[in-house]
Structure formats: structure tokens, C-alpha cells
Design a protein around this ligand. Structure first.
Ligand code: ZN
Ligand code: ZN
Ligand code: FE
Length: 738
């Protein structure tokens, strides 16, 4: 049979994962000639082969694909005959629409770890050891395709030995873009009390471990930013860190040497163990074995993760103790990524372990939890970002989604794809807004993306909305504003490829409603074209607006005013007693006259009210704190719930609030509260049972609520790639066909 020239176009995760060398050796094995290259959409193979040879090749290509690679789409055609002399890996083709999938940063592989501890290996204890199957990717990339010259490794000239490995298709480091060694790759620098220590590379980590053992606080540059670290068994060091960082109660994550050490700290299910050990190495929230009052005050769960770079592996191996590892940032600002950034935290750290490989794309640690059989992403960043979603339809326009204001992300949508940035953070400071802009620009640059439509939140004061509006004006683009909770539900529909109508429940902190009120307890029947708000929690006044978000007691007080009006001033309970007489009076006047008291239907705020009424928390220092504090009071033996009233389209929970006030036992009150929320969903969903039940919104990060829902509704649909919080908003905005 006559040979022809075949062209195979492959889309998927095929760059930086050893795909081309795999194709190379497969072609050699089958004695076929041609070439392979990276393209802007993935990879392209050309081949001289008969039909039979070609079928065999394609079959084996898909069967033996390298572990980190995955194929989304293969297009095959025959082209004009070209006689190849051998099989070669050729220069990347940078022309065309950029749609290739950027591989995320992943943890060190077993083979590299073995070499790391092998005295005879030339990379023995080299803290940046890597190969095609592991290491940094997204955090070092400037643009596609993923080649060394498009990454921050371009500043390091390979030594002869590294170059040989890089060029040899049969080597594990063939085209491993971040390849390097002691001679040619990135280097460490250690500073103590702002003085650089003159120590040989090989001994820097030993010295760092010693510093930590002395109870000092270390700023360490990792993959996507700096961590602040200290000995997790040293209470004094932890308190020092909390005080210096002004972070009184927010839980701190702990990095442990290995799974054995993790098991000493927490109870770990099989599924949780798999997550901890996965190549993404996220922080996993685990039930702690003992009360770690300084690491996670008032909580039964702690965030644990394993070392994910050779640097962390070496450090944890030497110190052999769990280390607190929390993102190094000034509050409300993004995580520090440069030496200059980290110097702004002077006074917080005692020592800095820096290195000279630039972090191009900031990446915080990802945070996940396992509830029942489901994995819930609470923060999607390192190891997961950028997040790719394949849609069940083609988008009509290339769309840029600006996301929300908290836990923000940005996303681009084209063809039938969405690519979303990782977690950016809250847009509450100039630095975080500039970080947001940079992330957006980078994502647009990497993909050479030219949006025709800008999609943003309806909230007029969100920083993301303001930026969107400026860009729309500047560039004369089409736009759409998408209601926050509708975007929440749409994000799940997009991820889960749902095409029909759904019954959506959005329980949230707050989001801007169509009527200008702050929504957050919404029941929507919707599809991509629009939604009906069929029920919502009754409005109440948010005393002091933004201030109420930090003070659960204000929310509780407002609900008490709704029930008892002025008589509230005579009541003696946890909420009223937390105020002075004058404060109470002033609040009453403000409430009565609706001064700085926007209306809200937020369920997140109801959690706050319950926590205040029961004396669990009156003020909070981080978002979602009261919800997390409530979790530990839940008792599954309590099966009863509280009364509530459904009238027209509203859900009145004042009867429940009244009963909670009378309850003597916290456990009973909290348990009945959770049961009531599930009852409400159950009752309202019944007439719509033929529609899929979709839930999203920050409240669905609550473990107890999720457990109860999974038990009650077998087919409930919640994201597992996207967080249920506002990180999902950008995705929902893109798919809205309004
Ligand atoms: Zn490796
Ligand atoms: Zn080298
Ligand atoms: Fe939200």
C-alpha cells in the first residue's frame, strides 16, 4: 500500500508533560518517519505511513499516553505528500489562535525525589530538581507555547550536562523547561535579620532548619509566592507569628513531612489521604486529633498539606517537625512573590529564604475538603490553576468574565472552552486591585485573547465592575452585567454540562440584587437565558452596612428589632448584653430610620445572627468565621427543626429566631438551625422535583450543611472543580446568554 502523509492535530494537556518525547519514541518503535511540534492549540504530528501503520500509531498513541498528559480532541487529515528522512521533534509553531491548555504546577515526582536523596546523583540535594513529569509550569509561564524561552527559566543558561539531557528525547528531562542543576539553575539565598548569610548552596537548608528550630519566623519563597513558616509545635513561635501578622484567630495551615506525620495530627480518610498525596498537593481540611488552640482556635478542623517542591521536601526532611505555613502577605493584599514585596513584611519575619527564579503567575495554595464522598474546592490555585472547563455548547462571543469582588478570579471564554485564573483574593486594597489587573492582563496575553464581550457583576461598587466599565468605555466593547446569584448557579451548570432548566439555591454572604438590595438567600429557576427568583429569605436591615459583616451581633440585633421592636432594649441575652445601653439605643434609632441599613436576604448573615444569639461569636476576624464556629455544636442525634413561614415568595425565619432565643442548649439550637435550613430547601424544591437541584454560594462551604444536604438529596449538584464561593462568578458571567 502507498504511504501518505498524515497530519494529526491534538488539543489537550500535551505541553510540558513529556508528550513529544513519547511521540518520538513511539514513532521510532514503529519505524515511522515524520515530525512533532508544540502548537498554540496543543501539538501537531506529521507522519509518513500506510493506513494500517497509521491506525496502529494512533491506537498506541492514545493507549500509552504519559501520566500527566490528556487529550481533549484529535483531528486527523491527509496532507500533500512530504518525504521525511527520520522522525524529529521540531520548533514550536507559534502561529494561530492560542488555545493550548497550560499545565498547572505539580509536586515533585518519585523519581526526582529518589535522585534528590541519592549521594551519587549530581543533583543530590538540589532544591530545584525537576523533570518532564513534575515541577513548576503555570507559575513560570509568560506566554504560549510552553517553551523555556517563554518562561522565567529563560534567564538561566543551561550547562553542558543539562543541555544534553534537555536535547535527548530518551532522557526523562528531555525538554523539561525548568531543568537546571547546582551549576546552572536557580539558587537559594538566606537572610537572617536582613543580612545575607554567606553559606554554600548545599548547606543553606540545614541552616534554615536550624533557624526554625530556634523558634524564629521564616519567609520562604515557594512556587507561587512566599510562605511565613514557623515550628508548629512551638506555641510561642505561633503566637509571635499571629501577633506580628495581626491575625488573631484565622486558622493557619500546617505542612508535615509525610502522611505518617499528618496522621498524628488528624483523622484521615482514604479519600483525604489520596488528596494529600496527589500531585496537586493541596491543603486539605482534616478533623484534628487534639485541640490545636493556637493553630485553629475554636475549630475542630485543621488544614494540612505535604511538601510539594524539592526545597520543601529537603527542609521538612531535615527539621522533621510539622511547620506552620501561611501565605505571606499584608492583610488584604496579595501573597508576596518578590524579595522587594517580602521586605515590606519587615518585622514579621526573622529570616528570608529567597531564590532567583521569578514567579510570573502568582499562585496561592489550594484548599480542599472532603464531605461524604465529594471533594469541595474552597480555594483553587496552585496545582489546579488555570482551571479549564469544557462547555456543552459553543459560545457565541469571545467573552471576558470579570468575576466578583471577594475571592475573585477572572476567566476567558472562547469556542466551547473557559479558562479561569486561580484565586486572586479580595479586592480591598490598591495592591490587590493591581494584582487583579495583572492576572487579567497575563491571562489575556498568554492566550492572545481579544474579547468581544465583557461580562461583569451588577454591583456598581465592585472594583471588578468598575474596571470592566472602564475597559468597555476605552475599547468600545459590548457588555453584559450578570446578577451575582444567577452567576453562581450558572457556574455549576457550565462545569457540570447541564443544558436544561434547573432549580438553583444560592445561599451566600451578599450579592447585588436586581432591586438594589443585598441578596443572598435565593431560590432561582433558571437556564442560560434567564432566571425567575421564585423564593427568597425575607429582607431585614443590615445595621451599619459593611460593618455588620464583621459584627454578627449587629445582624442578630436587627432581627431582634424586627420581632420585638423597641422592647428589644429591655431584653437580656448574649446579643444585647454585648452592647452598651447607648449603643443599643443608637442602633435602634438607626434601625427605625433605616440609616445606613441596606436590606438583605443573606443566609450567610443569618448564620452570623445565630452565632451571636447563642453567644458563640459577637465579632469576627475573618469571613465565614461564625459558620465554621457553629459546625462543632452540631449533633446529628437532634432531628427536630424550627418553625418558619413561607408567604408568597418570601421565607420568614423570625419564628425560628424567637425559638433560638428561648433555647437553653447551644447544641440543640445549632442542630435545629441546620435542620431548618435543609427543611426549607426540601419544602421549596418539592414542587420542582423534576428539575435538577443545583446549589452554590459561600454558605455551601459549610461542612455540616453539606453533609445534611448530601444525605437528604441524593442527586444534589454542586461544583467539584470550582469553589462554591465567589471564585466561581467569572465563569457564570461568561455563559449567561443575556
Ligand atoms: Zn520529576
Ligand atoms: Zn546544569
Ligand atoms: Fe457570592
Amino acid at each position: 500500500m502507498e504511504p501518505s502523509t498524515y497530519k494529526i492535530d491534538i488539543e489537550g494537556v500535551v505541553q510540558g508533560v513529556g508528550f513529544r518525547p513519547f511521540v518520538f519514541s513511539l514513532a521510532h518503535r514503529l519505524n515511522l518517519k515524520g515530525d512533532v511540534c508544540n502548537t498554540t492549540y496543543g501539538a501537531c504530528i506529521r507522519l509518513n505511513a500506510t493506513k494500517e501503520q497509521f491506525d496502529n500509531f494512533l491506537n498506541q498513541l492514545q493507549k500509552d499516553i504519559p501520566p500527566l498528559a490528556s487529550i481533549n480532541n484529535i483531528k486527523v487529515k491527509t496532507i500533500k505528500y512530504k518525504q521525511f528522512k527520520d522522525f524529529a521533534i521540531i520548533q514550536s509553531d507559534a502561529i494561530g489562535k492560542k488555545v493550548a491548555t497550560i499545565p498547572p504546577d505539580i509536586s515533585i515526582c518519585q523519581e526526582c525525589e529518589k535522585e534528590l536523596f541519592d549521594k551519587n546523583n549530581r543533583r543530590y540535594k538540589y532544591p530545584f530538581i525537576t523533570c518532564t513529569n513534575c515541577g513548576v509550569r503555570y507559575s513560570i509561564i509568560y506566554s504560549l507555547p510552553y517553551d523555556r524561552k517563554n518562561t522565567s527559566m529563560k534567564f538561566f543558561k543551561m550547562c553542558k550536562k543539562c543541555q544534553e539531557e534537555y536535547n535527548n528525547p530518551l532522557d526523562r528531562r528531555y525538554h523539561a523547561q525548568p531543568i537546571g542543576c547546582f551549576e546552572c539553575g536557580p539558587r537559594l539565598e538566606l537572610y537572617l535579620d536582613d543580612k545575607r548569610l554567606d553559606i554554600e548552596q548545599k548547606f543553606i537548608i540545614d541552616k534554615t532548619a536550624q533557624i526554625l528550630k530556634e523558634g524564629k519566623i521564616l519567609a520562604l519563597k515557594g512556587v507561587g509566592g512566599f510562605h511565613l513558616m514557623c515550628d508548629a509545635t512551638d506555641e510561642e513561635a505561633i503566637l509571635k507569628l499571629r501577633e506580628r501578622k495581626k491575625r488573631p484567630t484565622k486558622p493557619l495551615a500546617v505542612m508535615v513531612r509525610d502522611i505518617k506525620q499528618a496522621k498524628k495530627l488528624a483523622f484521615i480518610s482514604k479519600k483525604e489521604e489520596e488528596l494529600l498525596l496527589s500531585q496537586e498537593r493541596p491543603i486539605v481540611l482534616l478533623k484534628s486529633r487534639k485541640n490545636l488552640k493556637h493553630i485553629a482556635p475554636g475549630l475542630d478542623y485543621i488544614g494540612i498539606f505535604l511538601p510539594y517542591t524539592p526545597l520543601h521536601v529537603l527542609l521538612l526532611d531535615i527539621i522533621n517537625k510539622p511547620l506552620v505555613a501561611t501565605s505571606a502577605n499584608i492583610s488584604n493584599e496579595p501573597i508576596c512573590t518578590t524579595f522587594k514585596d517580602i521586605k515590606r513584611l519587615k518585622g514579621v519575619y526573622d529570616a528570608i529564604l529567597d531564590h532567583n527564579r521569578e514567579i510570573v503567575n502568582v499562585c496561592d495554595d489550594s484548599v480542599l475538603m472532603v464531605v461524604g464522598e465529594k471533594t469541595i474546592v474552597l480555594r483553587g490555585a496552585r496545582g489546579y490553576a488555570p482551571i479549564n472547563i469544557k462547555l456543552p455548547f459553543r459560545l457565541e462571543n469571545d467573552t471576558l468574565g470579570f468575576g466578583a469582588n471577594q475571592k475573585s478570579t477572572v476567566a476567558i471564554g472562547f469556542d466551547d472552552k473557559i479558562v479561569a485564573s486561580g484565586y486572586i483574593g479580595d479586592l480591598h486594597s490598591i495592591e490587590s486591585i493591581s494584582h487583579y489587573k495583572k492576572t487579567l492582563d497575563r491571562l489575556v496575553d498568554i492566550y492572545n485573547f481579544n474579547p468581544t464581550v465583557m461580562a461583569y457583576d451588577k454591583h456598581p461598587y465592585y472594583e471588578s465592575t468598575k474596571l470592566a466599565k472602564n475597559m468597555i468605555k476605552d475599547k468600545n466593547k459590548a457588555s453584559k452585567s450578570v446578577q451575582h446569584h444567577y452567576a453562581h448557579i450558572l457556574s455549576v451548570m457550565a462545569e457540570k454540562n447541564i443544558t436544561g432548566k434547573v432549580f438553583g439555591v444560592a445561599f451566600d454572604g451578599t450579592g447585588y440584587g436586581d432591586d438594589g438590595n443585598l441578596w443572598g438567600g435565593e431560590f432561582l429557576v433558571c437556564d442560560y437565558k434567564g432566571y425567575d427568583r421564585i423564593f427568597h429569605f425575607s429582607y431585614f436591615k443590615l445595621l451599619g452596612g459593611e460593618k455588620a459583616i464583621k459584627e454578627p451581633r449587629r445582624v442578630a440585633l436587627s432581627l431582634l428589632f424586627e420581632i420585638f421592636n423597641e422592647d428589644t432594649l429591655k431584653l437580656k441575652n448574649h446579643t444585647t448584653l454585648s452592647f452598651s445601653k447607648t449603643e443599643l439605643k443608637n442602633h435602634y434609632i438607626a434601625w427605625k430610620r433605616s440609616l445606613n441599613s441596606p436590606l438583605t436576604s443573606s443566609v450567610g448573615r443569618v448564620f452570623d445572627a445565630v452565632a451571636s444569639l447563642l453567644g458563640i461569636s459577637q465579632t469576627i476576624s475573618y469571613e465565614g468565621e461564625s459558620g465554621m464556629l457553629l459546625e462543632r455544636y452540631y449533633d446529628s442525634k437532634v432531628t427536630k427543626s424550627y418553625p418558619y413561614i413561607i408567604k408568597d415568595t418570601t421565607i420568614d425565619i423570625l419564628p425560628m429566631i424567637k425559638k433560638i432565643l428561648e433555647e437553653k442548649d447551644r447544641t440543640i439550637a445549632v442542630s435545629k438551625f441546620f435542620n431548618t435550613l435543609v427543611d426549607i430547601i426540601d419544602t421549596l424544591y418539592k414542587p420542582y422535583i423534576s428539575l435538577p437541584l443545583v446549589v452554590s454560594g459561600g454558605v455551601f462551604q459549610n461542612r455540616v450543611l453539606l453533609e445534611l444536604l448530601f444525605k437528604r438529596f441524593e442527586n444534589i449538584i454542586i461544583s467539584d472543580k470550582l469553589p462554591p464561593n465567589d471564585s466561581s462568578i467569572a465563569i457564570g458571567q461568561i455563559v449567561a446568554k443575556i
